[in-house]
Design a protein around this ligand. Sequence first.
Ligand code: PDD
Length: 285
Amino acid sequence: MSGKVYLNGKFVDRDKAMIPVEDRGFMLGDGVYEVVRLYKGNPFCLDRHLERMQNGLDVLKIKFNVKELEEVCYKIIKINDLEEANLYIQVTRGAAPRQHHFPEDIRPTVLVMSYPAAPISQETRQHGVKIVLLPDERWNRCCIKTIQLLPNVLAKQQAKEAGAFEAVFYRGDIITEGSSSNIFIVKDEKIFTYPLKENILGGVTRSVVMDIIEAEGLEVYEREFTRQELLDADEVFLTGTTTEVMPVVDVDGKKISTGKPGKITGIIAEKFEKLKNKVAEGKQL
Ligand code: PDD
């Protein structure tokens, strides 16, 4: 891919952008990131993504104010003439001789770039997808969107090898979230999703979907549910920036209900589509 990226205050050609080998993101995974979807060149909920990033930076004590990034994002979109793509934003603690504890007087490494949005066919959305369940082997602070993604990478690879769209994690008997998505179930017209706690990422799409559900007057509960409750659900769906709203029809080879996407998932996906179109027209949500 050609085009310009933003790195530490400068807009540079992608192949000229250099990061020191001692960057703590590269060496230690010491940083956070965001993926923001663009629809016709308009970012979806950039404000919510930047707010989450600021929270992560503050928790990790990486001194950086994301405020300046809003303008940077719009500039990257403009100079690269981006339409359907993902913005990728990453802030690491910066570069310093390798040591575990925080170095003094270090400047964060700040990167904004884009990458292609992997298309998901209409057919896939209409038929729904298969997921596999895997033990959640991640740490206990999954609410931070850290660049340390090895467990997620391994889980997604395992899903791919099983011919599944996503790997969904469980801790003990409790379903938490997907390797790059959040998960909801519907039972008797009530909707359930894991509460906003340290074991999941508070997804931006999750929050938009919660708004949709409430606006529709549907009943939603942020409460834990078990593997068995997932298998017994009437409907299951995933949410995420790259996933949007995706019906799940098969869990570990077992059909969910009739094996077809459910009605409530359909209503939520349709409303989400409307919000996307609104964003694509340059309107704020
Ligand atoms: N991942 N949970 C995890 C572990 C995630 O990595 C993601 C997103 C989500 C959904 O969050 P959101 O709705 O804000 O995208 C939930 C991004 C897309 C990624 O790593 O590519």
